[in-house]
Design a protein around this ligand. Structure first.
Ligand SMILES: *[C@@H]1O[C@H](CO)[C@@H](O)[C@H](O)[C@H]1NC(C)=O
Ligand SMILES: *[C@@H]1O[C@H](CO)[C@@H](O)[C@H](O)[C@H]1NC(C)=O
Ligand SMILES: *[C@@H]1O[C@H](CO)[C@@H](O)[C@H](O)[C@H]1NC(C)=O
Ligand SMILES: *[C@@H]1O[C@H](CO)[C@@H](O)[C@H](O)[C@H]1NC(C)=O
Ligand SMILES: *[C@@H]1O[C@H](CO)[C@@H](O)[C@H](O)[C@H]1NC(C)=O
Ligand SMILES: *[C@@H]1O[C@H](CO)[C@@H](O)[C@H](O)[C@H]1NC(C)=O
Ligand SMILES: *[C@@H]1O[C@H](CO)[C@@H](O)[C@H](O)[C@H]1NC(C)=O
Ligand SMILES: *[C@@H]1O[C@H](CO)[C@@H](O)[C@H](O)[C@H]1NC(C)=O
Ligand SMILES: *[C@@H]1O[C@H](CO)[C@@H](O)[C@H](O)[C@H]1NC(C)=O
Length: 756
């Protein structure tokens, strides 16, 4: 008999010919014996419980979980923390064991003492914060770099996978290739060695707070040798910041073949106090995203711009000029602006010298950038303001094509230190064009190298897709972003998850409809690590999960949060992963037949799904009809539709009319509710709360004349106090409004003629 044994998430674990028994094997060697007929049960029971749970978590204490490396083919999430690297199972991070599934990488005593003697804190700064985790080769080795008590160090470690043959009742089980049991994380064995690791300077930062990036690149480098590209600081004092590539070694002989390359030291034209937010290996180039002081901004005070830079992977520097530096380094500004009267740039201004600058430029920093692993054509980035009083964030998408377009456009230059920055005339640009990827940069003429040295900056800014951000909002700061893609009924949806500095995740969806128009809306906001900032985020479509880290905990969220998340139809049909099941009155993962309507193509599609709430009340009673529907994009909907409105229908068929507030009768409460005072028999019927065309709540009120006794005292008090509470809020709002009104009236209207 042939049995297929599956893992809990229905992936094949092993196939075997077994005569005697079937074992349900879960992770490693934990298995239990079940009879053949119940083997399926065993699987179903486990899977089912996974669907019910939307959140799983992992923590071994406050260890500052800040670096992720996701390997979805091996089902692993590697997490860099303080003095440790952890290996989490992507299917369920909760199964991680603190001691077994980790490798300790503590700083040695010497570095630690020296760090403390420089005035850094022993419990935080002078520990080893893992900041880089990158796969080497097929991912069975990892490149690791950590701050190591302000004295960066790097390692290569084994995450080897050992093949086991499991024997059950004298029958060998050949374990499926992707499910081979793993060994513990470990340092390299004595017989293994890896050239060029040990000193981590320029590869990862000294200070755990620094914003740095790094990527291990195997293909396309000179002589085809692997190496690390990084954006970091190369000095304890932080004065020297770099975009760097390590020495390149022949891995078999350990011989250094190409020396390191870097940006010019202390040259503010190349880099000026950068904060790196991401790096990507695409085609011939490595791209770096960062923000820095804007050298070209000379109008008012100092400004920070968001940038993208690139270097050619084949770059081996110049022959005489730029011999230690990149001969292909170019950078350009990123434009993430909100359309309006003035373009609303997401940059950052550190200091203000003149007030008028505030009116013209709004101030934000690139915080993080994401690229989907299967799509090199788009970058998704979050930007935020950093100024008190002007807090806000935006998500912008950039396509690789627009980045390339800017890099093949005009260069920018400043003739003298006091003149304006202007585009360089095409006739002044040498040949071959500076910054293109040539086979041998050492053969470039001095004219090209000199030009690159003085002109790393492009003239145009990289335009964001669609001329507007995907989303922007005041009073939030996005710290991380990841994006999932899915296709439903022939429409491609991009689902953005943006993490905030207070631990929330904003879930947005963007799509292009059949007429080519781009739409986006906020689907959900949920608590991920509240109140702690989100420090790292990853997503795996394969595991249908979102992974979020704060300093205290790592959490895993289902991407398919339908049931148990959306209790009403209106919210359910706006989430591309979900659909509303009319028959069962619940939200489910989308399949054909369920209601889904992101485009709002069928207004009122959910009306039938709003349950009637029956209320039997006594004549003369006062009642409160609540409508506690919370939509994440309520603000936006309100601005579109005005406000929520209550309608009254006397009978099944009658056309309704709007219920306007009336002092002695109808009071609209702040939470969308309606209070009806002293209800009369003729006021029985149907009451509906609507937002635009959507019905949010429905009541069926019957006024009972027969048992027309006075309401019980406590009942009366309850309604009365509820109502009073609302009325009090209303009075306060009114007062505030009157005060404002009074203030405004004292200021003369600009069109008035005043005789003085
Ligand atoms: C699966 O669930 C059923 C019904 O709840 C139960 O009878 C059965 O014992 C469970 N199987 C296992 C392997 O837990
Ligand atoms: C895993 O989750 C369960 C509850 O679902 C909890 O009791 C248990 O402590 C968690 N395990 C770990 C290692 O966090
Ligand atoms: C397993 O093999 C041993 C010796 O090879 C034999 O004595 C034993 O009966 C076998 N057990 C089963 C269950 O086949
Ligand atoms: C992994 O480490 C644990 C505890 O340190 C040890 O008991 C176990 O044998 C190790 N497993 C392997 C496969 O080396
Ligand atoms: C790194 O970036 C974060 C978020 O923008 C910022 O709060 C922090 O101050 C930066 N680190 C340093 C050392 O400036
Ligand atoms: C590394 O060195 C070996 C031995 O000299 C040589 O055969 C091999 O081609 C070198 N590899 C590269 C990538 O240069
Ligand atoms: C660059 O190298 C490639 C492959 O080695 C070769 O095909 C190409 O002709 C070279 N280009 C130039 C301009 O030398
Ligand atoms: C930035 O983009 C906006 C909107 O597309 C545009 O109006 C503005 O001119 C751009 N600014 C720069 C510097 O390119
Ligand atoms: C509302 O209540 C009235 C009177 O009880 C009843 O006739 C009507 O069917 C109810 N409507 C709904 C939709 O339940």
């Amino acid at each position: 008999m042939l049995y297929i044994i599956r893992s809990v998430d229905n992936k094949y674990l092993a196939t075997a010919m077994l005569e005697t028994a079937v074992y349900c094997i879960m992770y490693g060697f934990f298995y239990h014996k079940v009879s053949p007929s119940s083997s399926l049960n065993c699987i179903l029971n486990v899977s089912f419980s996974l669907i019910l749970e939307h959140v799983r978590e992992f923590s071994c204490g406050k260890l500052h979980y800040r670096t992720f490396h996701l390997d979805s083919s091996k089902d692993q999430l590697y997490v860099g923390a303080m003095d440790k690297i952890f290996r989490l199972n992507l299917n369920n991070i909760n199964r991680t064991r603190c001691e077994v599934d980790s490798l300790s990488l503590e700083p040695n005593r010497e570095s630690s003492l020296s760090c403390v003697s420089k005035g850094k804190s022993e419990l935080y700064d002078c520990r080893n914060h893992i900041r880089v985790i990158q796969p080497i080769g097929d991912g069975n080795k990892l490149y690791i770099c950590g701050t190591n008590a302000h004295s960066p160090r790097d390692w290569v470690i084994n995450v080897n996978i050992l093949a086991f043959v499991i024997r059950i009742n004298n029958v060998s089980l050949v374990v499926h290739k992707t499910w081979i049991t793993q060994a513990n994380l470990s340092h390299l064995f004595p017989y293994e060695s890896f050239p060029g690791v040990g000193n981590g300077i320029a590869k990862c930062p000294f200070d755990p707070e620094d914003n740095a990036t790094a990527i291990w690149v195997e293909k396309g480098n000179p002589s085809g040798l692997p190496g690390l590209y990084s954006g970091s600081v190369a000095e304890f004092t932080k004065a020297d910041t770099v975009i760097f590539r390590t020495d390149l070694f022949n891995v078999t002989t350990g011989q250094r073949v190409h020396p390191f390359k870097r940006t010019i030291k202390y040259d503010s034209k190349w880099l000026d106090k950068p904060h790196f937010v991401g790096s990507y290996d695409i085609g011939d180039f490595v791209y770096f995203f960062f923000r820095e002081s804007a050298v070209e901004y000379i109008n008012c005070g100092k400004n920070v711009y968001s940038r993208v830079a690139r270097v050619c992977k084949r770059d081996t520097g110049g022959k005489n000029i730029l011999s230690k530096n990149w001969a292909s380094f170019l950078k350009a500004r990123l434009n993430c602006s909100i359309p309006g009267e003035f373009p609303f740039y997401f940059n950052e201004i550190r200091e203000f010298e003149q007030l008028f600058c505030i009116l013209l430029i709004i101030l934000t920093t690139a915080e993080h950038v994401y690229k989907h692993p299967d799509d090199d054509s788009k970058f998704y980035a979050v930007f935020s303001t950093s100024m008190n009083g002007l807090l806000g964030s935006a998500i912008c998408t950039f396509s690789l094509d627009s980045v390339q377009e800017v890099f093949s456009g005009k260069f920018k230059e400043q003739a003298t230190s006091s003149s304006a920055w202007l585009p360089v005339l095409t006739s002044k640009v040498p040949e071959p064009r500076p910054g293109v990827c040539v086979n041998d940069t050492q053969s470039l003429p001095d004219s090209v190298l000199n030009f690159i040295r003085g002109h790393p900056l492009m003239d145009s800014a990289v335009a964001h897709d669609n001329g507007k951000p995907v989303f922007y909002k005041r009073d939030v700061v996005f710290t991380r972003i990841v994006v999932d893609r899915l296709e439903v009924k022939g429409i491609k949806y991009f689902v953005y998850y943006a993490g905030t500095s207070t631990g929330y995740v904003y879930k947005l969806v963007e799509w292009v409809d059949r007429s080519g128009e781009v739409h986006s809306h906020l689907v959900d906001v949920f608590e991920a690590t509240v109140p702690h900032p989100i420090r790292a985020m990853e997503i795996s479509s394969k595991h249908k999960s979102l992974y979020v880290a704060s300093d205290n905990v790592v959490r895993q969220f289902d991407l398919l949060m339908c049931k148990g998340r959306y209790e009403n139809c209106i919210r359910c049909i706006k989430d591309p992963y979900c659909g509303w099941d009319r028959d069962h009155g619940e939200c489910k993962p989308f399949v054909i037949g369920l209601i889904q309507d992101l485009n709002n193509a069928t207004p009122g599609i959910c009306d039938d799904c709003v349950k009637f709430r029956e209320m039997k009340v006594n004549y003369g009673q006062s009642i409160h009809l609540s409508c506690p529907v919370r939509l994440p994009d309520m603000e936006l909907l309100l601005s579109k539709y005005g406000s929520l409105k209550w309608y009254y229908f006397r009978s099944e068929r009658s056309t309704g009319y709007e219920v306007f507030p009336r002092r002695d009768k109808f009071v609209h409460t702040n939470d969308n509710g309606l209070v009806i005072l002293n209800i009369l028999e003729r006021e029985s019927g149907r009451y509906e709360c609507k937002l635009g065309t959507n019905t949010l709540c429905r009541y069926n009120i019957t006024v009972d004349l027969k048992t027309c006794t006075a309401p019980a005292d406590n009942e009366y008090r309850k309604v009365y106090s509820e109502w009073c509470h609302e009325f009090e809020k209303y009075k306060q709002a009114m007062k505030a409004w009157q005060m404002k009104q009074a203030k405004c009236q004292t200021v003369a209207h600009p069109n008035e003629v005043t005789n003085s």
